[in-house]
Design a binder for this molecule. Structure first.
Ligand code: ADP
Length: 441
């Protein structure tokens, strides 16, 4: 147990002095039998002394003089002197802590000021509170903008919509409002009492590189199309004469045809990806009859996987339609279905699902195939990522199917989900926002 601090010598002296005063007063009053009155007068005098000392101390504290020697020469009594010393001590400790804190804040400020990125503090009322010099350069903020709402300054509706979100999962990319040739990336973090920290990078170089990459892939794919068509045409014509050729030439011709075919699949998939990437923000134009599409795709899939004798069952809500781009949805769903066929054994069992629940609209493809080890899950939608490259190539895969699926879903504000156990099978599910749902009239 914590023992209470023993009374200080000054306090003990004060009590002793008070008691002695009382005894002295009693003795003085004794000759007139007025000891009690004299004791009362002595107590009152003592009390007045303390009131006077308290009054003086209050004045000194209000002046907040930090050094004992700076106080006007005045003796308040040992106890009050001790109180004064204790107060000055705690003031000094507080002052030192404040200095330390100011140093830390100053260091933080100067390091933020030295950053290349624009850093802007926004208060709980969405007003601009503080920013570093880079913010003046990148965003064009001026001193007069202080305490103005940020949305008065950055008026682009895409920024306003982003700013009003409750949580900021993804950064926002926009052309700069000062110079349309520059591209900025905005990222917001909430902190404290609904305050926000906005960090903004100039990503023009990255943006231009990314645009160059997209253009390059689209142009190369486009340019490869014509020579490929010519090659495929000649190979087909030569195959008509294959019977007259020696055996090894006709085998080589068969190989040439298969590889040309594979190349044209890759080129087509690359062109599809390039188109999907450049049309991200477009509005979803029509209501798509997905149940009818699934019935058609099932027939196509049975033809595609005829050698494997697999069964394809349906578990679908026939009334549920979706707002979207029919051609893109068909391409994404067909990619998932052909994967299920490719990566499931002969006599495999595939189930196609289409329904809506509280989380949104689901299109799922369940198979009992080879399954995928969890360590590959996050990388599957990367271009040309394959768990087993030789198996993928042998089954005619381009390595681009899931990348296409991902982009189609992104364009529909959807996402791809995977549940899979190696050796037991996989379920790929596309999840779309519930508000895209429409019902058959
Ligand atoms: P690919 O053309 O190679 O099939 P995808 O992008 O469609 O390319 O798929 C990427 C990889 O994911 C495939 O190579 C395969 O390893 C794996 N994969 C996709 N779907 C399945 C599935 N249903 N079962 C097992 N593995 C799959």
């Amino acid at each position: 147990m914590k023992s209470s601090p023993s009374p200080s010598p000054a306090l003990r002296r004060e009590v002793l002095r008070f008691a002695l005063g009382l005894v002295l007063a009693a003795l003085l009053g004794l000759p007139w039998h007025l000891s009690l009155l004299f004791m009362l007068i002595a107590a009152c005098l003592n009390w007045l002394r303390h009131i006077y000392a308290l009054f003086k101390l209050h004045g000194m504290m209000r002046a907040r003089i930090m050094h004992h020697e700076d106080y006007p020469a005045l003796y308040l009594g040992a106890m009050w002197e001790e109180v004064l010393t204790l107060i000055i001590k705690s003031w000094k400790a507080e002052e030192r802590a404040r200095h330390r804190l100011e140093n830390v804040i100053e260091r933080a400020r100067s390091s933020i000021s030295a950053l290349e990125e624009a850093v802007v503090l926004i208060d709980g009322r969405s007003n601009l509170e503080w920013w570093n010099p880079s913010a003046e350069r990148i965003l064009g903020l001026k001193l007069s903008d202080r305490n103005q709402p940020i949305t008065n300054f950055l008026r682009d509706p895409r920024f306003v919509e982003y700013f009003r979100q409750s949580d900021y999962k993804e950064p926002l990319h926009l052309p700069s409002h000062i110079d349309q040739r520059r591209h900025l990336q905005y990222e917001i973090t909430r902190f404290g009492n609904n305050d926000r920290l906005l960090i903004c990078w100039d990503v023009t170089v990255l943006h231009n590189l990314e645009a160059m990459r997209k253009d390059f892939v689209a142009n190369v794919s486009h340019e490869l199309r014509t020579p490929l068509t010519v090659l495929a045409g000649y190979i087909e014509a030569m195959q008509d004469q294959a019977r007259e050729m020696p055996g090894r030439w006709s085998r080589a011709l068969g190989q040439m045809q298969a590889q040309t075919q594979r190349m044209s699949y890759i080129v087509n998939d690359l062109l599809t990806l390039a188109r999907l990437e450049t049309t991200r923000a477009r509005v979803l134009p029509s209501v798509v009859d997905v149940p009818a599409m699934i019935h058609e795709m099932r027939q196509d899939a049975l033809v595609y996987g005829a050698d494997k004798q697999q069964t394809i069952d349906l578990d679908i809500d026939e009334q549920l339609l979706i707002h979207g781009v029919e051609e893109d949805l068909r391409s994404a769903f067909m990619n998932l279905i052909t994967n299920a066929i490719k990566y499931s054994p002969d006599d495999g069992h595939i189930v196609l699902g289409w329904h809506k629940n509280a989380r949104g609209i689901w299109f799922s493809v369940q198979d009992n195939g080879i399954g995928i080890d969890p360590r590959h899950h996050t990388r599957l939608t990367e271009r040309f990522y394959r768990v087993d490259a030789s198996r993928s190539k042998a089954s005619g895969g381009t390595g681009l199917g899931l990348a296409i699926v991902k982009h189609v879903l992104l364009n529909h504000q959807g996402s791809l989900h995977l549940q899979s156990t190696p050796g037991e099978g996989s379920t790929f599910s596309a999840l779309f926002p519930g508000d895209l749902a429409r019902y058959r009239p």
